[in-house]
Design a protein around this ligand. Structure first.
Ligand code: MN
Length: 221
């Protein structure tokens, strides 16, 4: 299993790896790899235009400031101090990196550790999936739905507007994101048009549970 590229963002005190600077990530699979659930045209536009755009604008905003040497987790922890440009583009840069990582063309299964954590905090795997899908389907307008772990170690499901995420100090429910789904129309409209619910239901076919499990482990350590 490949280590998540998210390691480039690492600011976890227990990890020895120093921050290497902001970097536009590799996608890790082809544009058509997630077909039929996510079509190649959507993937190409989403990665090479939308995600790249957030990264480029974030870097332009960060130019000449100490943000260039600050891990995203740290920036998000005090995001209320920064401009909307940093919040929106930094969020877009980070959230999409998580999103590409937490999907895979190879089928993976929920690990036993993750399953136990979900059952303990969210009732059952089915009720978690239902809660997550509901958050994704009913979030009004553009945004994201999340499975995250709060600072007391409890898993929760939430949604955030625009490019916000649970790491941000302005988030209603704060924690470490483990799994995210992009519910902006640009994430699904070419294939699914107005049927966001179908896109959300199909998402389960391509979730990379190994990466979600790794994120849980590094959040715990
Ligand atoms: Mn997007």
């Amino acid at each position: 299993m490949a280590a998540p590229i998210l390691g480039t963002f690492s600011s976890c005190a227990s990890e020895a790896k120093p921050f290497q600077g902001h970097k536009f990530p590799e996608l890790g699979y082809g544009y058509d790899a997630l077909e039929p659930y996510i079509d190649a045209e959507t993937m190409e536009l989403h990665y090479s235009k939308h995600h790249k755009g957030y990264f480029t604008k974030f870097m332009a905003e960060a130019e000449g400031t100490d943000l260039l040497n600050m891990p995203m987790e740290k920036i998000f922890g005090q995001i209320s101090k920064y401009s909307d440009g940093i919040r929106n583009n930094g969020g877009g840069y980070y959230n999409h990196t998580l999103f590409w990582e937490n999907m895979t063309p190879s089928k993976t299964d929920l690990t036993s550790e993750l399953k136990s954590a979900i059952e303990k905090d969210l009732g059952s795997v089915d009720s978690f999936k239902e809660e997550f899908a509901k958050a994704a389907k009913t979030h009004f307008g553009s945004g994201w739905a999340w499975l995250a772990r709060d600072n007391d170690g409890k898993l929760f499901v939430s949604s955030t507007p625009n490019q916000d995420n649970p790491l941000m100090d302005i988030a209603e429910k704060k924690g470490t994101p483990l799994l995210g789904i992009d519910v902006w129309e640009h994430a699904y409209y070419l294939k699914y048009q107005n049927k966001r619910a179908d896109y959300v239901d199909n998402f389960w076919n391509i979730v990379n549970w190994d990466v979600v499990d790794q994120r849980l482990r590094s959040a715990i350590s």
